[in-house]
Design a protein around this ligand. Structure first.
Ligand SMILES: [Cu+2]
Length: 70
């Protein structure tokens, strides 16, 4: 277990439903404990277990919600 905080930039969010969709999709990933996305900046803070979650997992979850990582 290696809990870590990571920051990514999500592109394409335009309202609070988008923010929720991104956050839900991320916290759905096994090993991601928390995700907080900021609507204006796109900056998304993720608390994760780096033994379980790779950058590719994060990108995949964001893309599943319909957005992309910059
Ligand atoms: Cu929206």
């Amino acid at each position: 277990m290696a809990i870590e905080e990571k920051e990514i930039k999500v592109v394409g969010m335009h309202c609070n439903s988008c923010v929720n969709a991104v956050q839900l999709s991320l916290t759905d990933v096994d090993g991601i404990e928390d995700a907080k996305a900021d609507l204006d900046s796109g900056i998304t803070k993720i608390k994760l277990d780096s033994d379980k979650v790779s950058d590719a997992d994060i990108e995949e979850a964001v893309e599943e919600a319909g957005f992309s990582v910059e």
